[in-house]
Design a binder for this molecule. Structure first.
Ligand code: 9G3
Length: 568
């Protein structure tokens, strides 16, 4: 492709609203342009990378018998009303009306659509299992679109849905998808981890996220340095083996702690370690006030709390609720002598506290030598705390480290979450109607381009992995007014295309410096420069990933390139 006719608006300056490297580079190298907040155009170079990512995804989907479809983006509200999501989703769901005033959603995801499609056709176990996928634009009115393609309001997703006549069949497909995703992200060359994740509001049991490791990732993953354990920090389990000291239980006593409210203030005032304190929090869980206890040096994980109580809403109780319940400030609350009937749940670590410190439920006072079971009752102990770096991995293999990740894939076991309310049923071998067991599986296609740009760049620009670059070769003649350079460049362009290399021919009448800077910015794997030695049939070669330069004779170019690109 001749660069003079290709639309590649490179930019010298860094756009001020682009905070992260990949966003800056994709803009400056002319891969994308923002139309409005969170909504982008993919320019020729960006579109070519997207296409190469999609080829890999399609190959791996086909390998596990997933068949491609394309569903509508405009979805009738009635479908979302069947699953009640029309009512449970707020402003994030784009809604619109047609000329007759009928209501629609712009597709944020397609569980309702695909289930309505399948229920009209699939009514026998003989037609199952069935897995369909699409690669399509999704619409979500994010409150804070940011980081370019990483969090947009319109983005490209591969979403797959599977339908089964048994949990076993679903499990099998789920494992197939997990392997297919591992193949996809490995073939993309991304540094990623598959992590145990929270199903979020989509329900269903069991989900895995695929995280591309990156410091600008919004998710934190806890992984074992030497083992295989990896989980989204929201879900990472914590072991329950807390050593309990056998020191004698001392007499509980009330002590004045004037103006000491936080755990750290109280701990230092009473000269004890925060791990000796029992942190008492009051949550409002679906309208019920629940007392949650944790060790002073740990953080309570509200996602674990929500999953434990199978709750919809988990919020901190407000000051008024706390005062009504305990007639004291938040900084003085404790589990001793709570009003009857208040549910108390505690993280496992609390059970191992001996002679601990906690609030006295009286402003300005705390209790010392408090012991669980002797001084306060706990309805249920559970794993409620956030995992921390240095913890032993739950499977006992290695210690936990944190890393930031960009979620590029997420797979879910849905069970009958959608088939039940939508009456997506099949007749089993005994002729009984049963709802399909379902799975759904997403990959952020446009997000992957950002993740690749984040992982593959240097101070001069992008450095695309050679099988994903928008073009294979950047052919850069220094001076097209020079007859021998122009002739060699034109001949080489024709020759390389005849060998089916994808060539970007920089035929612009720009200075060499501009051409080289743009070439480094765009980041094609190989640059062939036609310069002074053109008359001798010598071409300068530069490899973008290593920066290495060398010279090749014209005669050896095609063979050397076939070696480099590992083509026959
Ligand atoms: C919505 C809006 C935002 C959403 C959803 C629905 C996330 C929603 C979860 C999923 C689950 C899977 C199939 C492909 C893989 C992901 N954000 N989710 O359902 F209406 Cl506005 O999308 N869906």
């Amino acid at each position: 492709m001749k660069q003079s006719v290709t639309f590649i608006p490179t930019m010298r300056e860094v756009p001020s609203d682009a905070e992260i490297r990949s966003h800056q580079l994709l803009l400056r190298a002319g891969f994308i342009r923002q139309n409005t907040s969170g909504i982008y155009s993919y320019l020729p170079l960006g579109k070519k990378v997207l296409d190469k990512i999609e080829v890999i995804i399609r190959e791996e989907m086909e390998a596990i018998d997933a068949v491609e479809v394309l569903m509508p983006a405009v979805q009738q509200a009635e479908l979302w009303q069947e699953t009640k999501r029309w009512y449970t989703y707020g402003p994030e769901l784009f809604r619109l009306k047609d000329r007759h005033g009928r209501e629609f959603a712009l597709g944020a995801t397609h569980e309702e659509v695909i289930t309505s499609l399948v229920r009209d056709v699939v009514n026998s176990y003989k037609q199952l299992p069935l897995t369909m996928y699409q690669i399509q634009t999704k619409f979500r009115d994010e409150q804070r679109p940011r980081f370019g393609l990483l969090r947009g309001r319109e983005f490209i997703m591969k979403d797959a849905y599977s339908f089964h006549a048994s949990e076993e069949s679903l499990d099998e497909k789920y494992q197939d998808m997990k392997r297919a995703y591992t193949n996809i992200f490995t073939r993309l060359g991304l540094n990623f981890r598959a992590v145990i994740a929270d199903g979020g509001s989509i329900g269903g049991t069991g989900t895995h996220e695929f995280m591309a490791l990156s410091d600008i990732g919004e998710d934190t993953i806890a992984y074992s340095e030497t083992g295989t354990y990896a989980a989204n920090i929201e879900m990472a389990e914590v072991g329950n083996d807390y050593p309990k000291s056998d020191e004698p239980l001392l007499e509980m006593e009330k002590v004045a702690t004037p103006d000491q409210h936080t755990i750290d203030e109280v701990a230092s005032f009473l000269d004890v370690d925060p791990s000796q304190c029992i942190k008492t929090l009051i949550f409002n869980i679906d309208g019920e006030l629940v007392v949650v206890l944790g060790r002073g040096d740990h953080e309570i994980n509200d996602i674990k709390l929500k999953n434990l109580l199978d709750a919809t809403e988990v919020d901190f109780a407000n000051e008024r609720d706390v005062f009504e319940l305990l007639s004291c400030e938040v900084g003085s609350i404790g589990p001793v002598k709570l009003p009857v009937g208040v549910k108390v749940i505690a993280d496992h670590a609390v059970a191992a506290v001996v002679n601990g410190v906690t609030g006295a439920n009286k402003d300005g006072f705390h209790l010392k030598n408090v012991n669980p079971e002797r001084d306060f009752a706990v309805d249920e102990y559970a794993d409620l705390r956030f995992i921390e770096e240095g913890d032993i991995a739950p499977d006992g293999e290695g210690t936990i480290k944190f890393a930031k990740g960009i979620e590029v894939g997420h797979i879910f076991k849905l069970g009958t979450t959608y088939s039940e309310p939508m009456e997506g049923t099949y007749l089993d071998e005994n002729g009984r109607a049963k709802p399909y067991a379902m799975g759904c599986y997403g990959i952020g296609v446009s997000r992957i381009m950002s993740a690749l740009a984040e992982q593959f760049n240097d101070e001069n620009g992008l450095k695309w992995p050679k099988h994903l670059a928008p073009f294979d070769i950047h052919l850069v003649p220094i001076n097209l007014k020079n007859e021998s350079q122009k002739e060699l460049a034109d001949n080489l362009y024709r020759l390389l295309k005849s060998y089916r290399f994808d060539v970007l021919y920089d035929d612009r009448s720009e200075r060499a410096g501009v051409k080289f800077a743009d070439s480094d910015l765009i980041g094609l794997p190989v640059r062939l420069t036609i310069g002074k030695k053109a008359a001798e049939g010598i071409v300068e070669v530069k490899f973008r990933d290593t920066g290495e330069t060398t010279e090749w004779q014209i005669e050896e170019i095609t063979e050397k390139l076939q070696q480099y690109f590992e083509r026959q």
